[in-house]
Write a protein that binds this ligand. Structure first.
Ligand code: OGA
Ligand code: NI
Length: 422
């Protein structure tokens, strides 16, 4: 495809305009147009009646250059939302899941209504000793059997929850030129946005874009670094989420038979990564996923989802919907908590379905130790070990763990934990 001809450029602009009027206003850089066109033109074979038929000869069969398409997509810095805004009707190939994996997505078995992830009401947790014990028991049971549970009466107001969802919506829906300033894959940036953190490693790309704000305790980014449209809410939300994490980690410590502050004392709450996903409506939801099956790498994840749904957890050989319950948070155990609990608590595989309905917004708070200040090693907690319960894992730093996790990207749930198993 020769982009140097003025004629082609003019016709390309015309073609893009015909797809979506706004795109010309939103996208001014020629490089962006070039990249976007490169992504779009593989899918355009299915578009009839367009007055510009791109040269598809390079895209057929074995000459399909996936890496080139990924780079072109990345260079738009407009994410999946950019494709949707451009009026795409067919998925670029790098989003399409292999034929043999399609069946569980295309006709997902409705999860039986009587199987639901554990629901835990935190009301009166500090007022009533018996109630407190009961809640610890529920958390222990949920963490051993499911690795997932939903909490209500957690003390975070509806205003804070809805305010954060709206802040995330504003970030992803602001003009592309503003948003693209944050587009980055640098590990060093505390605040960044991109589409698919594992774009160049994962087998299939996911139908979502993500904003990341790393807010470690005492070493938070300068508020100026946070996007203006969600600055105030992100700071407020991080404080509330951290407070809830402390409560949950105390309950989990007790559920392991330890002192309430045990998991806090070993820094499980100090590094907070707020990961805000935007899943645009998908024109072909049966051919891709919002998130590939995976386990979360850290100690705990506290997730807020909006009303759309699509999150599922793999439990006893079937996918179970995690229903969006207004005002609730989803809590799940990550790999590192499975490791330090010596397999007592389970890190469960989960995924997100794509949908015709959207956008869907979710905010995942991942809790780990703060990477730059902690060289702490994590192994099975000594207090839990005995002759009958010998250690199952060697010690690992959070960074080692993360490097292993990130070498593959989301990979269908194959656990990184196996690398650390004795
Ligand atoms: C994640 C995740 C689920 C969701 O960010 O790890 O599983 O509902 N998110 O967005
Ligand atoms: Ni996850």
């Amino acid at each position: 495809m020769c982009f140097d001809s003025c004629l082609i450029k003019a016709r390309l602009l015309e073609w893009l305009k015909s797809l979506h009027k706004d795109i010309i206003i939103k996208i001014t850089s020629k490089n962006v147009i070039r990249s976007l066109f490169s992504v779009l033109h593989t899918t355009s074979r299915d578009m009839e009646n367009t007055h510009l038929q791109p040269d598809l000869s390079e895209q057929n069969g074995s000459n399909y250059d996936r890496e080139k398409e990924l780079i072109a997509f990345d260079e738009t810095k407009a994410g999946v939302k950019g494709l949707v805004d451009a009026g795409i009707q067919k998925l670029p190939s790098f989003f399409v899941v292999p034929e043999n994996e399609v069946s569980s997505i295309a006709s997902p078995k409705l999860s039986p209504t009587y199987v639901q992830i554990p629901f835990i009401d935190l009301k009166d947790i500090d007022e009533d000793t018996d109630r407190h014990k009961e809640i610890v028991e529920q958390i222990r049971n949920a963490s051993e059997t499911w690795g997932f549970f939903q909490v209500v009466n957690h003390g975070i107001s509806k205003e804070v929850m809805e305010g954060m969802i709206e802040g995330v919506r504003r970030f992803h829906e602001q003009p592309t030129e503003v948003k693209m300033e944050y587009y980055s894959r640098s590990q060093r940036k505390k605040v960044k946005y991109n589409s698919n953190f594992d774009l160049h490693k994962a087998k299939v790309a996911n139908w979502r874009d993500t904003l990341y704000c790393y807010m470690p305790y005492g070493d938070e980014p300068d508020p100026e670094e946070l996007p203006e449209v969600c600055r105030e809410m992100s700071v407020k939300y991080s404080e509330h989420a951290r407070g809830l994490a402390v409560t949950i980690l105390q309950l989990l410590s007790e559920a392991l038979g330890l002192e309430p502050n045990h998991l806090i004392d070993i820094d499980c709450d100090k590094g907070l990564n707020i990961v805000s996903h935007y899943y645009p409506a998908c024109p072909e939801p049966n051919r891709t996923l919002g998130a590939t099956p995976h386990k979360d790498p850290f100690f705990i994840t506290i997730l807020m989802q909006d009303h759309i749904g699509g999150l599922q957890v793999f439990h006893q050989n079937q996918w179970i919907d995690v229903r969006p319950l207004p005002g609730s948070f989803v809590v799940n155990i990550g790999d590192l908590l499975q490791l330090i609990s010596n397999d007592k608590f389970k890190s469960a595989v989960h995924r997100v379905l794509a949908s015709h309905i959207g956008p869907r917004i979710s905010v995942a708070c991942f809790f780990k130790s703060h990477l730059s200040s902690s060289d702490r090693l994590y192994g099975p907690l000594k207090e839990l070990l005995s002759d009958e319960n010998p250690p199952l894992y060697r010690e690992s730093g959070v960074m080692d763990y993360l490097i292993k996790y990130n070498t593959k990207g989301l990979d269908g749930g194959t656990t990184t934990l196996n690398h650390f198993r004795l």
